[in-house]
Design a protein around this ligand. Structure first.
Ligand code: GLN
Length: 278
């Protein structure tokens, strides 16, 4: 027997409560998706009876959410920097805290006519696309090791009508410099961190989350190699774990960066570090 909208939300919320920090929001997003309506529709018509096939579709999505599969993979999209981006299990779901990397990049670029910018490990293309949409004059190059992720990123760029040079590359292996800026949100969770086994993380590509035992392997590789691909005075901007700022700063100092700074994310945690090549 199908239910009315408000009862269906309550039903879904109860089922997601143990796997999600936002069970009501998850239930609402999945139900609105099944109905092909915005979330506001659910509040306008709480007593509307669901059609049998919508109810069945919703039950199937709630069952997948309970696995757990991230809501962004079930919907096939996620909002990032006010842009709707397609998502797929080949790439990390764009995170709200990563918007800080985009904001910091745009702040540095503002007022500069031409900037050659390289993004490493683009995944959905979120960072590169958000930067290019807001500063179209930037020459943007973005890499990923996964051709599937690059296909997804290309789709997202088309969706927002921006042109970016996509390069299949293991970090710098296929890259020619030099650039004015290099930005990256590399994998940074230590392989031993129990968080990797919790919540939605097991459903996301491990290669995008964890670089190895210490969590610093990719950050270190990028900081070591970036100077060879940056113009003098060029910037390196990196997202990292909340407890990795001191190590990132000392690696940057060791490899010739100056004016090192760290920005706090929405939760007040150190999240983005930047430095300028001497
Ligand atoms: N910030 C992400 C998380 O904690 C990790 C992203 C990353 O490793 N770059 O889920």
């Amino acid at each position: 027997m199908s239910k009315q909208i408000d009862n269906a939300i309550e039903w879904g919320c109860a089922r997601c409560a143990h796997i999600s920090e936002t069970p009501k929001l998850d239930a609402e997003l999945l139900l609105a998706h099944c109905l092909g309506k915005p979330r506001s529709y659910l509040y306008s018509w709480p007593e509307q009876q669901l059609a049998q096939d919508d109810w069945q579709h919703y039950q199937a999505l709630i069952a997948r959410r309970q696995e757990p599969t991230p809501v962004a993979y079930l919907l096939g999209e996620r909002e990032f920097f006010s842009l709707t981006l397609n998502t797929a299990p080949t790439a990390l779901v764009p995170r709200p805290e990563t918007e800080l990397l985009v904001e910091t990049t745009l702040a540095i670029c503002s007022g500069q006519a031409t900037v050659d910018l390289l993004e490493l490990g683009t995944g959905t293309g979120a960072i590169a696309i958000a930067v290019k949409v807001h500063h179209p004059a930037i020459n943007l190059f973005a890499t990923d090791i996964s051709s599937e992720s690059l296909d997804l990123a290309r789709q997202n760029a088309d969706l927002h009508s921006v042109t970016i040079d996509w390069i299949e590359s293991d970090w710098f292996s296929q890259i020619d410099g030099p650039f004015d800026m290099i930005v990256s949100n590399p994998p940074y969770i230590p392989a031993t961190d129990p968080a990797l086994k919790q919540g939605d993380l097991p459903a996301e590509p491990l290669i995008a989350l964890s670089p190895g035992e210490t969590g610093l392997e990719a950050l270190e590789l990028i900081i070591m190699q970036a100077p060879a691909y940056l113009k003098p005075g060029g910037y390196l901007l990196l997202e990292h774990g909340f407890d990795q700022a001191a190590e990132v700063a000392s690696l940057m100092r060791e490899h010739g960066f100056i004016n090192i700074d760290c920005k706090l994310d929405l939760n007040g945690l150190p999240r983005v570090s930047l430095g300028q090549l001497l």
